[in-house]
Write a protein that binds this ligand. Structure first.
Ligand code: CMP
Length: 510
């Protein structure tokens, strides 16, 4: 190669070697035209321009008489042009066409850039000595120049090394969605990794260029690898009046089946905090297409709005000023609404249908509505009790118990009660401790009635005491039976009911 280059400078060999160079360049350019796919053909431009440059110089030299120093320069330039044409054409054919086809994927830009740069450096190293420059000698003999070049290249070389490390380590590849330094603005799809920087395109279609050195030092989140699935959370506020379990159910309904939301991992709702204007929930869901995260997030919030609306759940907003002026009126309206609801609920309870309208009204006013989440204990066995409960929605489990003396206490389900049924009457009617633990099985609503109100009820409707006594004796028998405490020849249920009735009457001084 070197002798070929030296030969180039001898007038005699210049023409023949030049001819060989031009012929080779032409062949390589033709090969590029044939082998490269149409989209890649613009790569032919540089070798063609370099070849044309070379031909122009050769033509000038052959037609005009040029003084020797200028002639030498033209020859070197012609050499540079032909080497560039050959180097570039060979590079594109080997790297892009040959390896590109073998690997079945585009060669990373950073490697292409480095090989390309080496080719051009090679050309410079071969041709500069012909003009009297020794690049190697310049670098090694002048400490000042070496230091200047070293310092100015410090960052560039750092970026280059970091870029190579990124390529080798593969924390991301072109096409991945990444977030850099936990910063939402620095989030995008990787479009290019070159020798100096990595380019990402954000959802707003803005190109962000991050130097490789910076990228290598930062925390990088990859939303495409190792899986394309990523978890998202939408913050939703629900009103304080609506039971959390109901709101959570409404949010889940909105999440399920929403376009873009995956079934697995399943969506989930968490109660996050109690805020000024409402209760804050996190609707958590998984998506497979990170690029559509905002679109999917918008669909999720839209669906949740509809789900809330269907169930009459309002999305809270700060209303403090408005309430300040209208408080009295609002309170009246709220109270009237709550009373009407309690009345409607008590009307559905069988054993209260016999009592006069006025008593039911009174009862509605005095009863307290209480909501329970699943597995919450409403009354506990052994506690003293002063309330009687009517279930208006949901189910409860009645848990009888035994053991405790020496062995661990045991509990078992003796009954399940639902809307319209009642519990807690035993302690209230007889003054004894709670005979069983009652636990909410599903989310449930109960209306609690105190001792004094029950007394009023019993006075109004004496038949009610008998009804209670019957239920009470039956439940007691069931509890005892489950505990296997039924003594042989135990009292008959009617006898027990008669005794209980007498106790109820004396307890309530009827
Ligand atoms: P009290 O004893 O006040 O508190 C526990 C309640 O569980 C009890 O009143 C009854 O209302 C209820 N209970 C007890 N045993 C049964 C049963 N066998 N079936 C239904 N309810 C029961």
């Amino acid at each position: 190669m070197t002798s070929w280059i030296r030969g180039w400078m001898n007038q005699g060999e210049f023409t023949s070697l030049g001819g060989a160079g031009i012929t080779s360049a032409l062949i390589l350019i033709l090969l590029m035209r044939v082998l490269l796919p149409p989209g890649e053909r613009r790569q032919i431009r540089l070798p063609v321009y370099a070849l044309v440059g070379n031909l122009i110089l050769v033509a000038i030299r052959s037609t005009t008489l040029i003084p020797p120093p200028l002639d030498r320069l033209l020859r070197v330039l012609a050499l540079v042009f032909i080497l560039v044409a050959l180097g570039r054409a060979a590079f594109v054919l080997v790297v892009d066409w040959f390896f590109g086809q073998r690997l079945n994927r585009p060669i990373p830009k950073i490697f292409r850039d480095i090989v390309q740069a080496l080719v051009f450096f090679g050309v410079a190293f071969l041709t500069l000595p012909l003009l009297g420059f020794e690049p190697g000698a310049v670098l090694t003999t002048s400490a000042v120049i070496t230091a200047i070049i070293g310092l100015s290249l410090q960052e560039t070389i750092g970026n280059l090394a970091a870029g190579l490390a990124l390529q080798a380590e593969h924390p991301f590849v072109v096409g991945d969605w990444i977030r850099f330094d936990m910063d939402d603005r620095l989030t995008g799809r990787v479009t290019e990794i070159n020798w100096r920087a990595t380019k990402i395109r954000s959802v707003d279609d803005v190109e962000i260029i991050i130097p490789n050195g910076t990228l290598a030092r930062a925390a990088i989140e990859n939303f495409t690898q190792p899986t394309t699935v990523s978890r998202r959370a939408a913050v939703v506020q629900g009103p304080y009046e609506a039971p959390p379990l109901e709101v959570m159910d409404a949010i889940l309904e909105g999440l399920r089946g929403c376009p873009g939301v995956l079934e697995h991992p399943a969506p989930e709702v968490q109660l996050r905090s109690y805020e000024d204007s409402g209760i804050e929930y996190w609707a958590k869901y998984s998506i497979a297409d990170y690029g559509r995260r905002f679109r999917i997030g918008s669909d999720v919030r839209t669906r949740i709005w509809y789900s809330f609306h269907r169930r009459g759940i309002s999305i809270p907003f700060p209303i403090r000023d408005v309430r300040h002026h209208e408080m009295g009126h609002m309170e009246d309206v709220d109270q009237a609404r709550a009373l009407a609801e309690r009345r409607r609920v008590l009307d559905t309870v069988d054993f209260l249908t016999g009592i006069p309208e006025a008593v039911r009204e009174e009862l509605a006013q005095r009863s307290r509505k209480a909501l329970y989440a699943p597995d919450e204990v409403i009354v506990r066995r052994g506690d003293s009790g002063s309330d009687f409960f009517v279930i208006t929605s949901g189910d409860v489990r009645v848990m009888g118990g035994g053991g405790g003396e020496g062995g661990p206490p045991r509990e078992w389900e003796v009954a399940r009660l639902g809307p319209g049924q009642f519990f807690g009457e035993m302690s209230l009617l007889t003054g004894e401790p709670r005979s069983a633990t009652v636990v909410a099985h599903t989310p449930c609503t109960v209306h609690a009635i105190g001792h004094a109100d029950l007394r009023g009820l019993l006075e109004m409707d004496p038949g009610l005491a008998e009804e209670f006594a019957e239920v009470l004796s039956r439940r007691k028998a069931e509890l005892a039976h489950r505990r296997e405490e039924v003594p042989a020849g135990g009292k008959a249920e009617e006898e027990e009911a008669g005794e209980l009735l007498a106790r109820i009457k004396s307890f309530f001084s009827l």
